[in-house]
Design a protein around this ligand. Structure first.
Ligand SMILES: Nc1nc2c(c(=O)[nH]1)N[C@H]1C(S)=C(S)[C@@H](COP(=O)(O)OP(=O)(O)OC[C@H]3O[C@@H](n4cnc5c(=O)[nH]c(N)nc54)[C@H](O)[C@@H]3O)O[C@H]1N2
Ligand SMILES: Nc1nc2c(c(=O)[nH]1)N[C@H]1C(S)=C(S)[C@@H](COP(=O)(O)OP(=O)(O)OC[C@H]3O[C@@H](n4cnc5c(=O)[nH]c(N)nc54)[C@H](O)[C@@H]3O)O[C@H]1N2
Ligand SMILES: [Mo]
Length: 924
């Protein structure tokens, strides 16, 4: 309970919560005090510098800035006195003196003009001040324009950049009236270290900083000039930022972040500026059918010129052909001859329908999606040891933590909005421990940076846990109350003293000891992890170690504690929850359980299907080579680029008797299709998605799909009916209602509620509750409510360097590109910022090879070879190469190792032996 205080506001006595500012008190009562440098949004501290919000407080000689003055008991505040009003008017007039007239301003609907109107000001009585020394237009950045003639020195952009996003790029130069924002040390914005999150643009109240898409060539525009505003969810990563899409003439004009539970208004470059892939001319607009005279299946379709390979068809023809062929394979060879890959880019309802289509339509469980290549090992370890595959706490819980580990994850590039909370945590004094073979961006914020040998996670983590045991730093009470198998774990850990492990992991024993002490003795600690942990043949063991580490310190189940594998795709959590995996029906109910299957077939009103776990993504490709699978339905995945062995995957796709691909573009995978079904993109459909925080959120359509493209769920329903399933859903809401019948995780979450509230976290205890951000405070969903310690032994990577392949190849991501590039290489801003296929190596390594930074190298592994531009990057260890997998012209997965982890069946994307050679054209 917060204390209440009483004060007088404009002559009336009001009772309010203590601790609020006068501005907040007034605002809470519907009184709009003008404000400019104050942004009433989460994360923005009031600054009180512009004086636009002045009010009178009885007994004080001067007016006070209401945005920073705390309301006190007994205060007598007058907001509407003549003195306050004329002072506020004066402030606005002074500021307008320096602005272009409204009709010619950069943003005719900026907040400044709203405030001018609120003060009854239309133009200024004051003469223009001299502002010649300030550089005016800066159009060096592709996505943003800086027009400093509109700057009022309010400092919001500085707070946006330094305090909210913690990017530390914008600062103020000059003094007084001559002050103006600069990027780094006065670089043009486009040459600075700006990562284009656009927070400053969203914060700027005057149009001095604006999205380029709002301005015309004479730098004039109107941010209110849109036909419609639609609230939806960013379609890129698992953070699940809520966005407001401003739509004009059927197209998204610009995007702003809104106050969702995960992002609180923040966005990154992809969410803010990466939306226009949906308007790209390569979008599929009609169903396509492979021509009878098409060349043999291969990577031979130019997405802009596909007519040699495909012909346009009507929906009826395409759907009949696709369904007829898949059903024909079933009738001839049995249901198991058809398999499906669903999509983590689509909605929960679409994922649910997809797994139902395969299970009900073909009688087996050979259905999977990209989670297999992603956190499959983390989920295997979590289900085994804590009884649930989802995070135990939202990432935002870091605000209650005093220590956090980030291991094998690069959130600055891959979960940039989550990273803003991690950076803020360190600014508040939180201890951050980063563990990564690469000196990735969070290093700058780390208390301890453990730049260890790739693939050596288990040795490092076991050594840390050894110290915790040896020094008695574990939480005996927690272990006794909530865990099992501790004695075995303790005994196992005795073999891993840090002095012995430092030779394996490359981290000095003293550092391992210091980290152990910091983590174990903290009041509240969290662990975040990513692909560096999961994508190994020992990925499940890596996660087991992280789980054990959290459990032995009692860092689970309380605010500021928890296990959080940062989920990747916008809906990979939801797609997995919805049963888009070969071993589980929705809510991780096992397919081998007769009762579970019966519960579903009762709802589906159909017969039983296989009680055998199905094949995984990579096993399905093997089964195609083995002639067991002859037909596939691939929806919103691009295995011809993302599979760990693309030559093998492409051969499999070519071999299929019938391949149906449903996508928004002619992807590399669609090159091999017999039928291509044009789908709607995320901003063109409605449906729910579930983010890394277990927050179920409502996606809403903002624009109509191009041409004849249709919503994914509706296409799957059409196919189902054509293979004889007799489905009738009128909308995703119907599907959601069906999902709820057998998914306890959706209790107290309804479609109507999501439409109204936008987001609810599961599990949720009541229709009026927001849901649990921290779970397992009173035990785990396992026998006797106990979590388990599973000891992990050291297993070396599968493909270790030798004389012929002496270096280590690791693959991953970059800020601007999304996976296989299908979307982001068609997003104009993102592609302009990062247009060329590249890899990174230590400058010393490049020197040894005789390659200049920016020169070409040839990378070869036991599986294949590519030629690619090499950048110099000190963050990469001298014996390593870092390679993103977004570029078809230098496809990483020609090189990667498909060996898998025995439990999660996840491939070892993070480690292969590689040979690197200089490869300028002359040498080739
Ligand atoms: N911009 C962008 N963002 C994305 C995506 C994207 O394609 N582009 N994809 C989304 C998806 S689906 C996912 S799964 C996430 C992935 O997000 P992350 O997990 O952050 O992804 P990666 O870049 O693959 O790898 C993370 C880190 O693992 C480190 N690493 C390499 N080898 C090892 C090792 O042996 N041990 C340890 N501990 N670390 C190692 C790498 O140096 C790298 O910094 O990102 C999501 N967000
Ligand atoms: N070398 C290497 N390979 C990796 C990884 C790695 O770290 N290194 N990481 C792995 C991981 S973690 C992952 S998650 C996978 C990702 O692998 P994929 O899921 O295959 O990759 P994406 O490029 O995200 O593919 C998504 C597809 O969906 C399409 N799409 C987008 N929106 C929609 C929509 O609304 N409807 C439909 N129908 N289609 C849509 C896009 O055009 C694209 O073709 O890659 C894996 N592969
Ligand atoms: Mo992923």
């Amino acid at each position: 309970m917060t204390d209440k205080i009483t004060l007088v506001l404009d002559g009336r006595e009001v009772e309010v919560e203590a601790g609020q500012t006068i501005w907040e008190v007034a605002n809470g009562r519907g009184l709009k005090i003008p404000h400019l440098c104050h942004k009433p949004a989460p994360g923005y501290r009031p600054d009180g510098n512009c004086r636009a919000c002045m009010v009178e407080v009885q007994g004080e000689r001067t007016l006070v800035a209401s945005c920073i003055r705390e309301a006190k008991a007994g205060m007598v505040v007058t907001t509407n006195s003549a003195r306050a009003e004329s002072a506020r008017k004066m402030v606005v007039e002074m500021l307008l003196a320096d602005q272009p007239e409204q009709a010619q301003s950069h943003d005719r609907s900026s907040h400044l003009w709203d405030m001018a109107e609120a003060n009854g000001v239309t133009h200024s009585r004051f003469p223009k001040l001299e502002r010649d020394r300030i550089p005016l237009l800066d159009d060096s950045h592709i996505a943003m324009r800086v027009n400093l003639d509109a700057c009022i020195q309010c400092g919001l952009c500085v707070r946006a950049c330094r305090e909210v996003q913690v990017n530390d790029v914008i600062g103020m130069a000059g003094r007084g009236h001559d002050a103006y924002p600069v990027f780094d040390l006065a670089d043009p914005m486009g040459d600075s270290t700006c990562v284009a999150c656009g927070e400053c643009v969203q914060a700027c109240p005057t149009g001095a900083l604006m999205p380029a898409t709002v301005l015309d060539d004479v730098q004039q525009g109107d941010s209110a000039d849109f036909d419609e505003e639609v609230k939806s969810i960013c379609p890129f990563c698992g953070v699940g930022c809520q966005v407001s899409l401003k739509v004009k003439n059927g197209k998204v004009k610009y995007v702003e972040g809104i106050n969702g539970p995960a992002n609180e208004g923040r966005l990154c470059v992809k969410g803010r500026f990466g939306f226009d892939y949906i308007h790209h001319p390569h979008r599929l607009t009609k169903p396509l059918i492979r021509r009878d005279d098409a060349p043999a299946k291969g990577l031979n379709v130019d997405p802009g010129n596909w007519q040699e390979v495909f012909r346009e068809a009507s929906w009826d023809e395409a759907l009949d052909l696709a369904a007829g062929a898949l059903k024909g394979l079933k009738d001839t060879h049995g249901g198991t001859s058809v398999a499906g890959f669903g999509s983590a880019k689509c909605t929960n309802e679409e994922a649910y329908l997809f797994q139902k289509f395969i299970r009900q339509g073909f009688g087996h469980n050979n259905v999977d999606h990209c989670t297999r290549l992603c956190h499959a090992s983390s989920v295997a370890a979590l289900i085994e040891n804590v009884g649930s595959g989802a995070v135990t706490a939202t990432f935002n819980q870091i605000e209650n933590a005093d220590v956090a580990i980030i291991i094998g994850a690069n959130p600055l590039e891959n979960h940039p909005v989550a990273a803003t909370y991690f950076k803020q945590f360190t600014k508040r004094g939180g201890k951050l421990i980063v563990m990564d073979p690469r000196g990735q961006g969070m290093k700058r914020f780390a208390t301890h940076m453990l730049q260890f040998r790739p693939g050596a996670d288990v040795s490092m983590l076991n050594a840390i846990m050894h110290v915790i045991v040896e020094e008695g730093l574990y939480d005996q009470q927690y272990i006794a109350a909530f865990t099992e198998n501790w004695e075995a774990e303790k005994k196992h850990l005795a073999q891993f003293p840090p002095e012995k492990m430092e030779g394996i992991c490359g981290v000095p024993a003293e550092t391992l000891r210091a980290v152990a002490r910091d983590f174990a003795t903290a009041k509240a600690g969290m662990i975040f992890w990513g692909m560096g942990v999961s994508q190994h043949i020992h990925g499940t063991d890596n996660s087991r170690c992280l789980i054990s580490l959290a459990l032995m310190c009692g860092h689970v189940g309380r605010p500021g504690t928890g296990l959080h594998p940062l989920r990747g795709q916008n809906n990979v959590q939801g797609a997995s929850d919805a049963g888009l995996v070969p071993m589980f029906l929705p809510d991780y109910q096992t397919v081998t359980d007769d009762g579970v299957r019966r519960a579903f077939t009762e709802v589906w009103q159909s017969g039983d299907f296989s009680n055998q776990k199905g094949l995984t993504v990579t096993e399905i490709m093997d089964a195609v080579h083995d002639d067991k699978i002859k037909g596939m339905y691939i929806l919103g995945e691009n295995p011809a680029m993302s599979d760990p062995d693309v030559e093998h995957a492409r051969d499999a796709l070519a071999k299929l008797e019938h391949l149906v691909v449903q996508d928004i573009f002619i992807t590399e995978t669609a090159n091999y299709a017999d039928v291509i079904l044009p789908a709607s993109a995320f901003y063109e459909k409605s449906g729910t998605v579930t983010n890394t925080n277990r927050q179920v959120q409502m996606g809403r359509p903002a624009v109509t799909p191009p041409g004849e493209a249709r919503e994914d769920w509706a296409i799957t329903v059409e196919l189902a009916n054509r293979i004889g399933l007799d489905w009738s859903y009128d909308s995703p809401a119907d599907v959601f209602a069906e999902m709820k019948v057998n998914m306890r995780s959706l209790d107290n979450i309804t479609w109507e509620r999501l439409e109204r509230e936008g987001a609810v976290t599961y599990p949720c205890k009541g229709p009026d509750q927001p849901g649990e951000s921290v779970v397992f405070g009173d035990g785990f969903p396992r026998p006797e409510g106990r979590a388990k310690f599973t000891p992990a032994a050291i297993i070396p990577p599968d493909d270790v360097p030798d004389a012929e392949y002496p270096m280590i190849l690791t693959t991953g991501r970059q800020l601007e590109h999304w996976h296989t590039g299908s979307m982001t290489r068609r997003a104009s801003v993102l592609d302009a910022v990062e247009p060329e296929a590249n890899c990174s190596m230590h400058p010393a390594t490049l020197r040894k090879l005789g390659v200049e930074p920016g020169g070409m190298v040839r990378l070869s592994t036991k599986r294949g070879s590519i030629r690619i531009m090499a950048r110099a990057d000190r963050a990469v260890a001298p014996d390593m190469v870092f390679l993103p997998f977004a570029y078809v012209e230098a496809a990483a997965n020609i090189l990667t190792n498909p060996a898998v982890d025995p439990y999660g069946k996840i491939p070892e994307f993070k480690f292969s032996a590689v040979k690197v050679e200089a490869a300028n054209i002359a040498a080739e």
